[in-house]
Write a protein that binds this ligand. Structure first.
Ligand SMILES: [Zn+2]
Length: 248
């Protein structure tokens, strides 16, 4: 199995749950704003394929295996959020996200010098994207996207940052649609995607909104979280992951 690195200042609970069963390497990048860039410099020095999972990202079961086993040298997922999805990865203004991405040795060798200058954590995606594009390299985007449970994404206009309670019915309907989509795309998942919606809700609502939302959704969240976590744990043991044979 490919090396999985989780650079972090704080690994989110949802990320930890999603990575149950994976032998990943946490990399503390809390020291300063350039530590994330140094993490990549170290990977580039090794020139070994790796998967990068950021500390607030939630890969769906099988997402890591899909990019790890892909022959392309540079693979990524977009973030699947109400405010941020279905972006054109090849558009010049789109910086290819590193939240759940596979970087292959060929890409690193082609861009071997890009970390010589220190890089602020906010610019790491830009540096890789621009240098690779300058060489005519394009990323290979995988679907569906993964969730980035970063509350800062509120600023991008997430409809979850509402002042009203998010209707449970709406979330349940969204979940059902997403499960149907995943099944149509060949990912046999039943209910598992509630996880993303729950984390989406918790991760993107402002704290005071969470308090308001919890009143109505507390029971629903509690039962769904239990169900989802057990589904994820089962997912480490049963299809489709075992069919892919990519887990350690
Ligand atoms: Zn790929």
């Amino acid at each position: 199995m490919i090396d999985i690195f989780v650079p972090f200042t704080k690994i989110g609970e949802a990320t930890r749950i999603a990575l149950i069963g994976y032998d990943y390497r946490p990399v503390d990048v809390s020291g300063d704003d350039f530590a994330y860039g140094r993490h990549f410099a170290a990977r580039w020095a090794q020139r070994q394929d790796f998967v990068n999972v950021e500390h607030d990202c939630i890969p769906w079961p099988g997402a890591i295996e899909a990019i790890a086993s892909c022959p392309e040298p540079w693979c990524t997922y977009d973030y699947s959020l109400p405010c941020l999805r279905e972006r054109d990865m090849h558009h010049p203004t789109t910086m290819v996200p590193l939240g759940c991405a596979k970087i292959g040795a060929d890409l690193m060798i082609a861009t071997i010098d890009i970390w010589k200058a220190p890089c602020h954590w906010e610019n790491c995606d830009r540096r890789i994207t621009e240098e690779a594009r300058a060489l005519g390299l394009e990323v290979h985007q995988h679907f569906p996207g993964i969730v980035n449970a970063n509350s800062a994404l509120d600023q991008l206009g997430s409809p979850w940052t509402v002042n009203e309670v998010v209707p449970v019915e709406e979330i349940a309907a969204l979940n059902l649609r997403r499960i149907e989509q995943l099944n149509a795309q060949g990912f046999p998942m039943i209910g598992i995607d509630v996880h993303y919606l729950v984390e989406l809700l918790e991760g993107t609502l402002a704290p005071d909104a969470i308090t308001r939302a919890r009143y109505r959704q507390e029971a629903w969240l509690a039962s769904e979280l239990d169900r989802v976590e057990s589904a994820i744990r089962r997912g480490t043991l049963t299809a489709p992951l075992s069919q892919q044979g990519a887990r350690r």
